[in-house]
Design a protein around this ligand. Structure first.
Ligand SMILES: Cc1ncc(C[n+]2csc(CCOP(=O)(O)OP(=O)(O)O)c2C)c(N)n1
Ligand SMILES: [Mg+2]
Length: 439
């Protein structure tokens, strides 16, 4: 069986790509078959797909085992990747993945320590448990490619190459941070690394990512810039998939065949709301085919499987074949934010996923396949510890931003508000922070 997207009776004019085929002009290049999964990720996923231990008697169909639900539901346009017989990675690749995942995990642990020591303020959302997604996708990118994240963004920034020093300093609110201390935990940004944020409002980054993908396509096809083959990755959570911006952007991305991958990090929870309770059809990947793009489900606790799916989706985007929706089933090991006591999730569920720790799984794979020795892995861990000690020391010693920075990047014309007729920043007035200055 092959999936062919329905053709529009009257396709709307496409301003950019009159010479290139529409995404729905030919069948998608992925193969799919519901009855016979061909992808290792998908076949093994049946045993744990949406493996929340939460039981919701009101929604009987959700409490059925996944395989049963699958058999009874009408065939949807599931898109499974072609079988890859060889999942092996080279030693260099294995060590690169391991290093990145250890960096992500250790950075977040250090971050928690510093938060509780009072070194950073505001909400801080950690990524522990989800490392296979960031590493599996971002390590395949070129520097020119774009990444758009959410408030759970530290590790995406690190995987994209933003130095630990710059991320830690940003968390400390220091002038040496990647946003000069003005963004904080939820707004990591780096022009140099094409990290387009860090967004606190859920779903807010998806249109930004779609716009970035549109810009690459526009520069390549309209402005004839040959090098403009950037792929954009948009990361967001399961809860965010019930937000309208998600649907609008899937539509535009498929319509214009944009070079983007929508990466859903389905950790089964949106703060304290279970995904199974909040979503009419919890299988998010199905929304891809509904818009005429492939939708793929992958075990997000297995970096090699994520990488396999990511490779195809990224290459597909770079080849000009359009967007892909990838649902990575993952789990966050800590509360929603560091302010969350995490009392709502079932301990059995937490334990289930703790047993599937993506870092331990990669370590096992590396050792069992003799890609590296225990000592080599330990050396990486030690090196990362040193990098993080250095990052903390650097952040701690860095200066706070000057008060004059307070209103920068807030108004297009700072003279209208931030700078008075005397040429001085209003915020330099001591009364400014008391709220009594005349502005
Ligand atoms: C537009 C908007 N509405 C509500 C919120 C409050 N909020 C913060 S996080 C969150 C849950 C998001 O869950 P999910 O998308 O699954 O991401 P996760 O935190 O699990 O990574 C909500 C509703 C918000 N930040 N923005
Ligand atoms: Mg979530």
């Amino acid at each position: 069986m092959s999936f062919t997207a329905t053709k529009f009776a009257h396709p709307p004019p496409l301003p950019l790509t009159s010479t290139t085929p529409r995404s729905n002009d030919k069948p998608l290049s992925f193969s799919f078959d519901h009855s016979k999964p061909t992808n290792p990720s998908s076949s093994s996923s049946c045993s744990f797909f949406l493996a929340s231990t939460r039981k919701l008697p009101r929604f009987n169909s959700l409490t059925k085992p996944h395989a049963q639900r699958r058999a009874s539901s009408p065939p949807a346009a599931a898109v499974l990747l072609e079988q890859t017989t060889n999942l092996l990675i080279t030693k260099e690749e294995g060590l690169e993945l391991y290093k990145d995942m250890i960096l992500g995990r250790a950075f977040e642990d250090k971050c928690a320590e510093m938060y509780y020591r009072g070194k950073m303020f505001g909400f801080v959302h950690l990524y522990n448990g989800q490392e296979a997604v960031s590493t599996g996708f971002i390590k395949l990118l070129k520097k020119e490619d774009y990444v758009v994240s959410t408030y759970r963004d530290h590790v995406h920034a690190l995987s994209k190459g933003v130095p630990s020093r710059a991320v830690m300093s940003e968390l400390f609110g220091k002038a040496t941070g990647c946003c000069r201390g003005q963004g904080g935990s939820m707004h990591m940004f780096s022009k140099e690394h094409n990290l387009l944020g860090g967004f606190a409002f859920i779903g807010e980054g998806i249109p930004v990512a779609t716009g970035a993908a549109f810009s690459s396509k526009y520069r390549r096809e309209v402005l004839n810039q040959e090098g403009a083959d950037q792929v954009t990755l948009a990361f967001f959570g399961d809860g965010t998939c019930n937000n309208g911006q998600f649907f609008e952007c899937l539509n535009m991305a498929a319509l214009w065949k944009l070079p983007i991958v929508f990466v859903v990090e389905n950790n089964l929870w949106a703060i304290g709301m279970s995904h199974l309770r909040a979503t009419s059809d919890p299988q998010i990947w199905k929304k891809g085919p509904a818009f005429g793009m492939p939708g793929v489900h992958v075990d997000g606790m297995d970096v090699l499987k994520v990488r396999e799916v990511a490779k195809e989706a990224i290459q597909r985007a770079r080849r000009g074949e359009g967007p892909t929706l990838v649902e990575c089933e993952t789990y966050r090991f800590r509360g929603h934010s560091l302010a969350d006591p995490d009392e709502l999730r079932d301990p059995a569920e937490k334990e289930h996923y703790a047993g599937r720790d993506p870092i331990s799984a990669l370590k096992k794979y590396i050792l069992e396949n003799n890609l590296a020795t225990e000592q080599e892995l330990k050396a990486i861990e030690k090196k990362i510890d040193e990098v993080l000690e250095d990052a903390v020391e650097f952040a701690d010693k860095s200066p706070l931003p000057p008060r004059s920075q307070l209103l920068e990047n807030v108004f297009a014309d700072p003279k209208g508000f931030g700078i008075g007729p005397d040429g001085k920043y209003r915020c330099e007035d001591p009364k400014f922070t008391e709220g009594t200055a005349h502005v």
